[in-house]
Ligand binder design. Sequence first.
Ligand SMILES: Nc1nc2c(ncn2[C@@H]2O[C@H](COP(=O)(O)OP(=O)(O)OP(=O)(O)O)[C@@H](O)[C@H]2O)c(=O)[nH]1
Length: 371
Amino acid sequence: IFQCCPLYPPDSWCFCPCCVVLGFSDSLSGEVKPRILLMGLRRSGKSSIQKVVFHKMSPNETLFLESTNKICREDVSSSSFVSFQIWDFPGQIDFFDPTFDYEMIFRGTGALIFVIDSQDDYVEALSRLHLTVTRAYKVNPDINFEVFIHKVDGLSDDHKIEKQRDIQKRASDDLADAGLERIHLSFYLTSIYDHSIFEAFSKVVQKLIPQLPTLENLLNIFISNSGIEKAFLFDVVSKIYIATDSSPVDMQTYELCCDMIDVVIDISCIYGLADCEAGLPYDKESMAIIHLNNTTVMYLKEVTKFLAMVCFVRRDSFERKGLIDYNFHCFKKAIQEVFDVRVKVQQNRKLLSNRRWSKLTLTNGGLNNPH
Ligand SMILES: Nc1nc2c(ncn2[C@@H]2O[C@H](COP(=O)(O)OP(=O)(O)OP(=O)(O)O)[C@@H](O)[C@H]2O)c(=O)[nH]1
């Protein structure tokens, strides 16, 4: 059973050869990738969520997915800010199995998504949720616990709310009975058949972006100086929004943004770059303006190779497009600065780890027995 270096605090990232070989750490870039775990009972929809959000699989195709029988790990590093690993677990994990080193797994985890099938009886799922959360919390109290009440497409609106209330109450009661009311669970109603799964994933990912307050602040300054109603910063590939200004988000607005990104990518793919297959048909020149029939204009502009800004502007404010473009230019520069700081922090962290590691090998007299 693999244990991380004793030299490192339990929740830090280890860059020693063992961890690197096993792939728990990205030593080459020095980047700390938060881990997102997808857990839940068999057939609750874990793999479908991953395939639909990150592989553009159509929801109907998930009907033919085979059951996962080992942990599947995937790197998601499409943009400078959205960079993490997703671990899809098979339905039944046995915490008492000695070959399953759950301590090591939970130690490097940023978020644990527990998927509950709302169309099924959820008594067993709730007891599994309780067991998983309490175990994980003991190892790493900093994990964000996210509960997806999934497959809600078959339920009426009233029924959805009722289910959420019931599940939320039972889960909190279980924690309170165990004296663990300090554990916070966040609940989301999700389905792969609409945008709810993308919205929920956006919120999970946002919690893992340390620069989020800075990004939100920049967006607030940008919209207030440009006469914009609402602005989102989107990861174009996954359609996860990584930040928005502080005004509330409504589902319809979010759906419109997703549709706009689809239109831009599809049109660019068909009529744009000749070698579209070489990569995403999205570059510095990418932009789109859509006039809605309610005096609102949607404006999309490229921010970085993988990020796009989508704004909602009133038609009269859009007459000052020059001002919006100038402010956007300043916003883009500021984002670049935030990114530069992040790169520097990562480089310093890597340097520190390398130094610690060479110290350790010197003390041990070689690499033969790193642990
Ligand atoms: N109606 C509905 N069905 C869904 C949804 N998400 C997944 N499913 C279906 O649920 C079934 C199981 O999905 P999987 O993704 O294989 O479930 P899993 O949790 O990965 O299963 P294991 O690998 O066995 O642990 C598939 O037939 C999916 O089509 C959803 O949002 N709504």
